[in-house]
Write a protein that binds this ligand. Structure first.
Ligand SMILES: [Zn+2]
Ligand SMILES: [Zn+2]
Ligand SMILES: [Zn+2]
Length: 154
């Protein structure tokens, strides 16, 4: 039995991500901590089906869905659609706040593995809108082949 170890893991989880949840006025719960951990650990955006595969035994679908949409509302995660139109989620830049996403950056989508990468250093151009138009978001995707797929090419 490795009960003591799993308690340690939970402590680390709390220390690392608990303060993030608190700073967004969200109650610290184990499912929320786990989702935050999974999204932070990946260098690509992660979809709900992928999260379900990893966390399915711990978190039911409805809870997972609610967590993702509340994280998006709060400005913790932003949503990016991959090449199949599936919503994927990535951690927001620190400038994001509730209902106000500032991470308007270009996303790179690999046409082989469909992975979504945030290209934080490339910002989207300023858009001049016609009068009485309001802007809710800009999505610019660069499509190509990621480094790991590039290496697998014959
Ligand atoms: Zn954001
Ligand atoms: Zn790839
Ligand atoms: Zn992004």
């Amino acid at each position: 039995m490795k009960t003591s170890e799993s308690v340690d893991d939970k402590d680390i989880l709390h220390r690392e991500f608990g303060s993030i949840l608190k700073s967004y006025n969200l109650k610290v719960t184990q499912p929320r901590l786990r989702v935050l951990q999974m999204v932070s650990e990946k260098n690509t955006a992660i979809s709900q089906p992928e999260l379900e595969k990893i966390l399915g035994s711990e978190i039911d679908r409805v809870t997972l869905y609610r967590i993702l949409s509340s994280f998006e509302d709060k400005g913790i995660l932003h949503k990016v659609f991959d090449l199949n139109g599936t919503a994927t989620y990535a951690i927001c830049s620190t400038k994001c706040s509730a209902h106000h996403h500032h991470d308007q950056h270009v996303h790179f989508i690999c046409s082989v593995c469909n992975s979504v990468f945030c290209l934080d250093e490339i910002t989207v151009p300023k858009i001049n809108l016609p009068p009485n138009f309001s802007l809710h978001g800009i999505a610019i995707n660069a499509v190509g082949i990621c480094d790991s797929c590039q290496n697998k090419q014959p």
